[in-house]
Design a protein around this ligand. Sequence first.
Ligand code: IPE
Ligand code: IPE
Ligand code: MG
Length: 256
Amino acid sequence: MFFNKKSPVVSTELDLERIPKHVAIIMDGNGRWAKAKGLPRVAGHQQGMEGVKKITVAASDLGVKVLTLYAFSTENWKRPASEVGFLMKLPTRFFDTFVPELIQNNVKVQVMGYIDQLPTETQKAVQQAIDQTKNNTGMVLNFALNYGGRAEIITGVQNLARKVQTGSLSPDQIDEEQISNALMTAPLAPYQDPELLIRTSGENRISNFLLWQLAYSEMVFLDQHWPDLDADGFKQAISIYQGRDRRFGGIKEDKK
Ligand code: IPE
Ligand code: IPE
Ligand code: MG
């Protein structure tokens, strides 16, 4: 089955049977987008929020099951207090205006990261959105907020070590499944690992995102800044993904 894009500018044909189930995005380039327009960096974050709305609806329409968005990393606290303060207020603004549309689209909000370290107001906004959308059965919109891949692994390993200490787990029982289940993506089962990682703004690195889960993800790096990515750009990234040959260490099977 093929999907024909309506826009006359670019024609992206997608195989709707091979839409990645879990797409993760490093939403990068808000600051550069603003700078290029002579605006303060926070104007880029504001515009980036509009991008989140567009891409959420596009992903949900395509039948993506989980959309994980890297919104704030454990390293982003290094930024000036004014910028961090603005970013911490964004979830409130975002959910205040967008929850009705999320409900309309049957999208369920989830969050992963060290949420208890966020300002109380931010925690409240996030928790409210989770509660308001908890009965939705469509796409999961999973925000990585105060998330870091290494911190996640440390926490997961500590939890496994505690189980070993209390005798409920033996070291020999620790396998891939045990580790996957100890990570913050465990509630996304059976879609813990993204098939596709997209990063905008031309940076070819993963910046401490989903270190374990990205083991076999296809990575698509786009030049556009995050606020410039629209539904067509998102579909193009999926089209690139569909053109990839995923081998998982095996060999390419002949298509006869
Ligand atoms: C991504 O855009 C948003 C966050 C990291 C919160 P940036 O703020 O990193 O934008 P650039 O990379 O400086 O352009
Ligand atoms: C990664 O972007 C984090 C988020 C998008 C939330 P950064 O802008 O923080 O990454 P670096 O500093 O370029 O590696
Ligand atoms: Mg950046």
